[in-house]
Design a protein around this ligand. Structure first.
Ligand code: C5P
Length: 250
């Protein structure tokens, strides 16, 4: 069923039937993004628009992807003072996106402001409240990266700390490494959606991702959504690559 994936948090009864692939549109122009989206729309569950594309193409690209009937995950990873993040979330909401990200390292107050803003803006506009996803530790980071910024925790402890804070702030979803899913599932309430980048099929190089799993392994570990960029958009045939990934988890 096309784009049934977004139903996972609107109607949990169909959660087991969703397409969990979120294809990252990490391309530099609106033309490339639209071409890619049209090509793979039938075989993915949603599209992720990140800072590269959004900075180049602006809010218009969100509207154009939404006009295809597709769910949009706006991945701008907000991290600022609570008032600014609340207003940024409200602006994103007016684009009718279904998911968006904030950095959990922005703190409790900032995350609460983001969630409250999403709920209020959605109520006022008569829209479904989007999932505000907390980004814990980027999957390109390792313990040395954390040490460089003065954080002496190991990755697992830091992810757990940030995830606990996000849940306390009322967030209903988290972005995490696939290798953290099993541990997170042990203490997070089951309604919290886990979204995992760092997915590699084994057929391509890992690039800058340091903590990866295959799509099947990530789903088996308890991921609700898989964010997949280069294994799809950099493939010789993105449609075939997405189809193969979908088959591997069906
Ligand atoms: O190309 P690749 O599959 O590595 O792309 C992963 C996508 O997920 C990128 O858009 C990246 O910005 C995003 N992401 C990530 N790690 C996080 C959060 C988001 O790689 N922790």
């Amino acid at each position: 069923m096309r784009f049934s994936g977004i139903c996972v948090y609107l109607c949990p009864s169909v959660a087991d039937k969703k397409n969990p692939i979120i294809a990252a549109l990490d391309v530099p122009t609106a033309e490339q993004a639209l071409k890619l989206a049209q090509q793979i729309a039938p075989v993915v569950g949603a599209f992720k628009i990140g800072s590269e594309l959004f900075t180049a193409a602006g809010p218009d690209i969100v509207k154009k992807i939404r006009a295809l009937g597709a769910a949009v995950f706006l991945d701008l990873k907000f991290h600022d003072i609570p008032n600014t993040v609340a207003k940024s979330v409200a602006s994103a909401m007016r684009l009718n996106v279904q998911m968006l990200t904030v950095h959990t390292s922005g703190g409790l107050e900032m995350m609460r402001a983001a969630e409250e803003s999403a709920q209020q803006t959605a109520n006022q506009a008569g829209l479904n409240t989007p999932l505000i996803l907390g980004v814990t530790v980027l999957t390109s980071s390792d313990s040395r990266t954390l040490a460089e910024i003065g954080c002496d925790q190991n990755i697992g402890a830091q992810v757990e700390r940030l995830a606990t804070l996000a849940a306390k702030a009322g967030l209903r979803g988290l972005v995490c490494s696939p290798l953290e899913i099993a541990d997170l599932r042990q203490f997070l309430l089951s309604h919290i959606q886990l979204v995992t980048p760092g997915i590699r099929t084994g057929a391509e190089k890992s690039d800058d991702q340091k903590r990866t799993l295959t799509p099947r392994e990530a789903i088996q570990a308890g991921a609700n959504w898989l964010v997949i960029g280069r294994p799809i958009y950099a493939a010789e045939n993105p449609r075939t690559a997405a189809e193969k990934i979908l088959e591997s988890i069906s």
